[in-house]
Design a protein. Structure first.
Length: 429
């Protein structure tokens, strides 16, 4: 595939952080041109140009506070490299550059910045991702509303929509094609063995009617996707410690969505004193069967709800007076829209004023930038729902997991990061 000389110049100007040339070229060229060999975009190249350079401490020092010149283009040309690169990224993004396109190395521009330790550039790319994802979230809602609207309204909204411009369409398409909105426990991740494994996205309906293989250390679905694995135990333990910090005065009232291996429910039960009321919602028949014969099911105060939380919770809310001190959410094969629905509709209705809410934060966990973008997106959405969130850093030894063969027999790794951010939300104020 050949590209035009103008597109070629654009790629070069991005590599050189040549802002005046870029501005002029962007009047007629899309910022989403790709180098035919590497598939790198101007954003990739603006960051990758540091690949074989080291930034001297002198240049580094000047990155702080050296932006107050007033001599226009001349000043711009003499900016320190990182500042020029930052401005280059910002210019490209303002002109509609896609934040998350992949090159042949399977890297987004932000992945390159992360790999090279270029924090200011990485942050520009994370913020671009957050803006794009928030916008798509809003637009999805808008479009869903549109579907039922009268033609007349559609026309009006269509006009408004036009203001958002082609970039949104381009970006939306890119997001769908290249990196779907991550599922809570993503199943469309980098294959362990790229040569043999293809991504098979799992829907909730398919999962709930599939036959699971249940071992002591993991649960897999029919396609060998990891539903739950024992390496998450320390995350579950820390989650309970943060949701129910001891000493507790009285047995807390807790609600858990998704039993899985029963790990978090066991930790809830070992709090002192144990829960006075412990509700568990589970939808998969095999897991329910296991739960019904478990020790936990015999404990005082344990109430098991069979079915999808989407069907169980409206009844629980309508039946009246029940609220909880701690709520935990960890399902499988559901996307972010379901988590958001859960905290906007049900946490609000079911959490005590002083209560705490947490969830398994596995959004985008196969790629650092996706994880960082979704952490910010969820934080903003939680805030909009009236919940402020503390994020607790938890080390995950993913290298050791690899060495121990933790992922053996699992279709794909749904976790590939060194750090887990544990969310603990409570009502604002
Ligand atoms: C990752 S596991 C939960 C693991 C659990 N936190 C633990 O500590 O073992 C997810 C569980 O959610 C259940 N699940 C998935 N979708 C559900 C839904 N819509 N309603 C209720 N449970 C669901 C799955 O069957 C599975 O048992």
């Amino acid at each position: 595939m050949d590209i035009s000389p103008e597109a070629q110049s654009l790629l070069l100007a991005a590599t050189d952080h040549n802002l005046p040339t870029l501005r002029s070229l962007l009047k007629s060229q899309t910022p989403n041109v790709q180098d035919p060999t590497t598939l790198r975009t101007p954003l990739h190249l603006a960051i990758a140009s540091f690949e074989n350079k080291s930034i001297s401490s002198e240049e580094d020092a000047t990155t702080n506070g050296h932006t107050n010149g007033s001599n226009g283009i001349a000043d711009e040309l003499s900016l320190p490299p990182i500042e020029k690169a930052t401005k280059t990224l910002e210019l490209l993004l303002q002109n509609g550059a896609i934040w998350n396109s992949l090159d042949t190395n399977n890297e987004t521009p932000g992945c390159i910045a992360y790999r090279l330790g270029l924090t200011p550039l990485y942050e520009v790319m994370v913020d671009a991702g957050v803006r794009a994802e928030l916008l798509f979230g809003r637009l999805d809602g808008y479009m869903a509303l549109d579907d039922d609207d009268e033609d007349e309204e559609e026309e009006e909204e269509g006009e408004e929509g036009d203001v958002i411009d082609i970039t949104v369409d381009e970006q939306k398409q890119s997001t769908e094609e290249e990196e779907e909105a991550p599922e809570l426990v993503s199943t469309d991740q980098t294959p362990l063995d790229k040569a043999t494994e293809e991504a098979i996205p799992v829907t909730s309906d398919v999962y709930l009617s599939s036959t699971l293989s249940i071992d002591d250390d993991k649960i897999l679905d029919e396609d060998k996707n990891g539903v739950m694995m024992s390496w998450e135990s320390h995350i579950m333990s820390l989650t309970v410690q943060n949701l129910l910090p001891e000493p507790l005065q009285t047995g807390p009232k807790v609600l858990n969505i998704g039993y899985g291996m029963g790990i978090i429910d066991s930790y809830f039960q070992s709090s002192t004193p144990p829960p006075s009321s412990h509700h568990i919602i589970e939808a998969h028949p095999q897991i329910l069967q296991k739960l019904s014969t478990s020790e936990i099911s015999k404990r005082e105060g344990v109430v098991i709800h069979s079915g999808r939380w989407q069907e169980v919770l409206p009844k629980l809310v309508n039946d009246g007076d029940i609220t909880f001190d701690a709520i935990y959410f960890d399902t499988f094969a559901e996307d972010y829209s379901q988590l958001k629905l859960f905290f906007t509709e049900y946490v609000i209705a079911l959490l005590n004023p002083e209560g705490k809410f947490s969830f398994f934060n596995g959004l985008g966990a196969d790629r650092q930038i996706a994880y960082d973008v979704y952490k910010k997106v969820v934080d903003i959405d939680l805030l909009e729902a009236g919940l402020e969130t503390e994020w607790i850093e938890v080390a995950v030894d993913s290298k050791k997991m690899e060495g121990d063969g933790e992922w053996k027999g699992v279709r794909r790794k749904y976790w590939d990061l060194e750090k887990y951010w544990l969310p603990v939300s409570r009502f604002i104020g």
